[in-house]
Design a protein around this ligand. Structure first.
Ligand SMILES: [Ca+2]
Ligand SMILES: [Ca+2]
Length: 240
């Protein structure tokens, strides 16, 4: 039995190493262009339009990372760590990110329109909930739509705190034209939760998403676990 267990671990380790090796080659090339303007918010909110109703008077702003300053340059004294979740955004994470913070807002939004030709595009963005906002009693609902495809729509309390996550997907554009990129934030209680976003992107094609095993890797893993199962059954038969 120990011998079989060791063999199984060795096989799984080999499979995981192979999966890791294939993922290491999945990085996007330097030629990839982000079709979203100022998608990393390094130019503040240039190219973005602020919408919605805010009765508290705290519109979204582009804060600075690792800055324990107050609104509008920081997250009320909490230093936000730069996005570290895997992303195919061609833009670097940079020094800034967009911050939704109002406690009384209806459909507060950051939007822009992007012209897309017919084709397949990969789309995505990264989001984060600061701890001080997360502790607030009021809920916040947030949605992210890129190239007309809604990638996320959640209450902040249902997501992680102080942990970046990247949402990615595919937009298959059948008709050339303008497509919406929009982030929408709703709150109705003082104080309520907040959201930070960064590295919004639209790129041509649909390259492997970092951190997500691609189809070939999955096939290899499934085949590998099938082999492990076969070996186990064979061992059982031999023993019987
Ligand atoms: Ca940025
Ligand atoms: Ca808030």
């Amino acid at each position: 039995m120990p011998g079989f267990a060791m063999g199984l671990f060795a096989m799984i380790r080999t499979l995981l190493l192979a999966a890791g090796a294939s993922l290491a080659f999945a990085a996007p090339s330097h030629a990839v262009v982000n079709l979203v303007a100022n998608g990393s918010f390094e130019s503040g909110l240039a190219s973005w339009t602020v919408g919605g109703t805010d009765t508290q008077g705290f519109p979204p702003v582009a804060i600075f990372y690792n800055s324990a300053t107050g609104y509008p340059t920081g997250a009320y004294g909490e230093a936000v760590a730069p996005n570290n979740s895997p992303t195919n955004s061609p833009d670097g994470v940079g020094d800034r990110a967009a911050y939704f913070v109002s406690d009384r807002t209806v459909d507060q939004s950051l939007t822009q329109s992007v012209f897309l030709d017919v084709g397949t595009y990969q789309i995505g963005f990264s989001a984060y909930a600061p701890a001080n906002g997360y502790r607030n009693v009021g809920e916040a609902r947030f949605s992210g739509t890129v190239a007309g495809v809604t990638l996320a729509n959640y209450t902040v309390s249902s997501g992680p705190v102080t942990s970046w996550q990247t949402f990615a997907g595919v937009a298959n554009i059948a008709t050339a034209g303008l497509y919406d990129v929009s982030f929408v934030f709703n709150t109705n209680r003082v104080p309520s939760k907040d959201v930070v976003i960064d590295q919004v992107y639209i790129i041509a094609g649909n390259p492997p998403v970092p951190g997500v095993p691609e189809a070939a890797t999955w096939a290899m893993l499934i085949a590998g676990f099938g082999m492990v199962g076969f070996a186990a059954r064979r061992k059982a038969l031999v023993r019987a």
